[in-house]
Design a protein around this ligand. Sequence first.
Ligand SMILES: *Cc1c(COP(=O)(O)O)cnc(C)c1O
Length: 366
Amino acid sequence: MIDFANLKESHKAHKEEIEEAVLRVCRNAQFIMGSEVESLEKELAEFVGGGYAVSCSSGSSALLLALMALGVKAGDEVITTPFTFIATAEMIALLGIKPVFVDISLEDYNLDCDLIEQEITPKTKAILAVSLYGQPPNLEKLEHICKERNLKLILDGAQSFGAEFLGRKDSTFGAIATTSFFPAKPLGCYGDGGAVFTQEESLAKKIASLRLHGEKSRYVHQFVGIGGRLDALQAAVLRIKLKYFAQDIAARNKVAKLYNHYLSSANVVIPRVLEGRSSVFAQYTLRVKNREKIQEKLKDSGIPSAIHYPLGLHLQECFAPLGYKKGDFPNTELASEEVLSLPMNPYLQESEIKEIAQVVQKVMES
Ligand SMILES: *Cc1c(COP(=O)(O)O)cnc(C)c1O
C-alpha cells in the first residue's frame, strides 16, 4: 500500500525531537503566543532570506490578514485564478470584495499574465496570484503589472513554501505573500497553521495586530481584526521540521525527476518547472486523457491518487452570483477535466515510483 502524503513517515523521521518539543510546550504551559511562536517567526524570515514573517492560524486566515492589512475592502475587485483551492477566492469574497477570475496558462497552471490587463478596472485593488502545485507564477511579470497599474500583489504560496523565482524565495515577492502549514503541505504542522510574509515593517506590525483582534496592547484595539493566532504547539513542531525542510524539498524534487523519467514514454503531459523557477512539488500532477480509467487501475493496485481540482472556481455554486458560465476559462476547464495527482512525498522509493508509472503507462497503451 502506497501512501499519498505519508505523514506517518514524516513524523517518524524526526520523532524524538518533535515529541520532546511538544512536551516542552506542555510542561511550560505557554500555549498562546510566547517564545516558540516568536522564535519560529524569526526562523521563517531567515529561511526565506529576509523581511518579516507573522505566523497565523491557517493558510486561509493568512489570506484574510493579507487583504485586510492592505486595506482592500468591500466593493473593491481583486484579480485571481479560478484554478486553485477554494480558500483563495473565498477569502476575497468573505470580505465583500469581488473576485475577478483570469484564466491560467497550461504551462504552469498559474495565472496567464497576458490576460490580466484587460480585466483591470478602476475598482481593481490587487492581484492575488497562486503558486499552484508548488511552482511560483511569473512573479517578475506580475510585479511589473502591479507597479504600472498601481495594484498590490499578494501571493498565495500555500503550496509553494520554499520555492524560488530567479533565485529568491517566492515568499519575498509582492506586497504580501502567504503560506499554509496544513499537514499535507510541503511544510506541514500537526493541525492548522499558516504565515504571512512582507518586506515592510509597518505592514508586518499591522498583520501581527490584526491576527490578535487588532490589539495595540492588552484589551486596547486599534483595528477590527480576527482571532488568528498560531498555537505554540504548532510552532514547536514547525521549528523542528523547518530545520530539515531543505532536505524534504530536495527529496520531493528527486521523486518528481524519477516520475518524469519513468513516464517519459507514456502519452501523458508531465509537469514542467519553467526557466528561472524551482518547485517544492506540493503535488506531482499530470494531465491525462482517460483519468477515470487510470484512477481505477491505480486503486486496484493500492495506489491513491487525487484531483487538484475537479471544478473551476468560476463554476462553483457558491460563486454563482458572480455570473460566470461554462466556457469562460477554457484552460481551467480543460485542466480540471484532465489533471491527476500521483502520490508525492519525500519518502517514496524508486521502486514504488516505477510501479506507479507502469500502471499509468499500461492504461495509456490499452
Ligand atoms: C491549502 C491551501 C489554502 C488554505 O490553507 P489552509 O491552511 O488549509 O487554510 C489556500 N490556498 C491554497 C492554494 C491552498 O492550497
